[in-house]
Design a protein around this ligand. Structure first.
Ligand SMILES: [Zn+2]
Length: 140
């Protein structure tokens, strides 16, 4: 199945992430773009969508550094001495998306700022022999 024929489902969006592609859906009617994908445009109600690959460029809209993590992050070695940062990124195409922020000094949140340019990256984690790929962003 070619990319353009795939349904606009979270599963297909996540498959894109596993293939290290940040995909979205774009309304052919009004041009609004959605990440993760949507089947229906919330702006004009059109179902006339197409898959698009995002540039992966954006800026930090919000972020937080977390010292008490979820089990997944605790297993990756993050704790109160090694916090991790989660961010909301505003993509240059418009959509906002949340993801881990890497390549920053997590212990010095004052060095991270809203508006900082970032680019997409894909974080690979070995989980019981399988490679898990997660969306992330790093300073551009
Ligand atoms: Zn639309």
């Amino acid at each position: 199945m070619s990319e353009s024929e795939k349904d606009f489902t979270t599963e297909n969006y996540l498959e894109g992430i596993r293939n290290k592609k940040l995909l979205g859906s774009k309304c052919k009617n009004c041009g609004e773009q959605y990440v993760p994908v949507r089947k229906l445009c919330t702006k004009c109600n059109s179902a006339n969508m197409e898959w698009v690959e995002m540039s992966g460029k954006g800026e930090i809209a919000a972020f937080t550094c977390i010292t008490v993590g979820t089990p997944f992050f605790v297993e990756k070695g993050y704790d109160r001495n090694k916090p991790y940062c989660f961010s909301v990124i505003k993509l240059e195409e418009g959509p906002m998306i949340s993801a881990q922020l890497i390549g920053v000094d997590e212990s010095k949140p004052e060095t991270i700022s809203v508006g900082m340019p970032v680019k997409v990256t894909f974080i690979e984690t070995d989980v019981k022999g399988d490679t898990r790929v997660d969306l992330g962003f790093e300073p551009a």
